[in-house]
Design a protein. Structure first.
Length: 399
């Protein structure tokens, strides 16, 4: 149906704007499954593992198949908001998972609850039960990531792994390590791309800050009625945008939309040739409460559990304010990377987080002066800017 709607819109645009420019120019690999894409990149493909979280969500974990994988040091990627495992492959043969596989690591990727690969539950139906969508990154950190870590280590001879989290993936890692402290013993090192814990005033961008203050009080009630980030609505939106961005006439508009949506006015995204490919791999679902939880952190300055409002907080937490996450429990070594052009992790945010952690290895990397939030996934010469530093750190902490 989404495809039909897109075709109607395109037809009307042709009538209004004429025929010029109505040619397609796009990367055909955007139509490949992750399994087929990884095979095309030289590996045996992708295999899926599933586990059931304590609250009934059925979680998918992807694995790059290769000979002798169980004897290699494992690394688990954790994706960002609305994204999924596929989003780490937008650079294809220059992507982080392929780079690490090429350098002798056993590569795994989490698909957190609410994404298209993790939209099943033992009781709830995501299409009919709105309660399915009553989660934030809090539950992903408490349940999904620990489950994924156990899946990886069950299929590997090592007793520790590396974690690489981008954006919300960073948040999820900190929830796990602070609230499930026993998992620090299973993590050799966590590397945070676009470190995401504190968000001063919701954002350093004025209009985002203002929007946050207006929207946050409304979202709790709104999510009782709607699931804007639900898998099916997100799939329809993704398919429509992908189709339009494949036409040359919309190329500049897609680039401007990406700059606005990703808040990356002056960054490495200028080198992305085909936004339809990026979008096809990066809009995968999730819950509106994930966004709302970030707004709460930004407005209060507290890295805390989800707030339902004072009255219900008292029932759930025995306090009018939700309890803080215990960052002092994060004992395993961490690498905090945030680019100077990243509006979602400014210096004040980073300094506040760093002061609350016991084992920060470094905050330095070669792309520091150039990177925005999304550049960890799409930057030109990403090998030079982050992979060399990352590889040196992982070799140091390999067990």
């Amino acid at each position: 149906m989404a495809h039909v709607h897109s075709l109607i819109i395109l037809f009307l645009c042709r009538v209004i704007l004429g025929e010029s420019g109505w040619t397609m120019d796009y990367d055909v690999d955007g139509d490949l499954s992750l399994d087929d894409l990884v095979k095309k990149l030289g590996y045996d493909g992708i295999e899926s593992y599933y586990g059931t979280a304590p609250d009934g969500y059925i979680i998918n974990v992807k694995h790059i198949k290769r000979e002798n994988a169980q004897n290699l040091m494992p690394v688990l990627f954790v994706h960002g908001l609305t994204a999924c495992a596929d989003s780490f492959f937008v650079k294809k043969n220059e992507s982080g998972p392929i780079f690490l596989a090429d350098h002798g690591y056993d590569v795994w990727l989490l698909n957190s609850r609410g994404t298209r690969e993790s939209s099943n539950h033992t009781i709830l139906n995501p299409d009919n039960d709105k309660e399915f969508w009553y989660f934030s990154w809090q539950e992903t950190g408490l349940y999904d990531l620990p489950l994924a870590i156990d899946v990886v280590l069950k299929h590997n001879v090592h007793d520790k792994l590396f974690l690489i989290g981008h954006s919300e993936g960073s948040t999820i890692i900190f929830v796990t390590l602070s609230e499930r402290p026993e998992y620090n013993e299973k993590v050799a090192l966590s590397i945070h791309w676009g470190t995401s814990v504190y968000h001063k005033g919701c954002s350093s961008v004025l209009f985002l800050s203002a929007l946050c203050k207006v929207l946050e009080p409304m979202l709790l009630d709104l999510t009782e009625r709607l699931s804007f980030f639900g898998t099916r609505p997100m799939s329809k939106l993704r398919d429509m945008i992908v189709l339009m961005c494949r036409y040359t006439i919309f190329k500049s508009a897609c680039f401007e939309l990406a700059k606005f949506g990703l808040q990356s006015e002056d960054s490495q995204i200028q080198y992305v040739r085909d936004w339809s490919f990026y979008i096809s791999k990066s809009l995968c679902g999730g819950s509106i409460r994930e966004l709302q939880h970030y707004m709460q952190v930004g407005l209060t300055g507290r890295f805390a559990r989800f707030s339902y409002g004072p009255k219900r907080n008292l029932q759930v937490y025995n306090s009018t304010e939700p309890p803080l996450f215990h960052l002092e429990n994060v004992k395993s070594p961490v690498v905090l990377w945030c680019g100077k052009k990243d509006v979602f992790c400014v210096d004040d945010d980073m300094n506040k987080l760093k002061s609350q952690l016991q084992n920060v290895v470094t905050t330095d990397f070669r792309g520091h002066k150039l990177f925005s939030h999304i550049d960890f996934l799409v930057a030109k010469d990403v090998d030079k800017y982050i992979y060399k530093d990352m590889l040196a750190l992982m070799k140091k902490y390999s067990t």
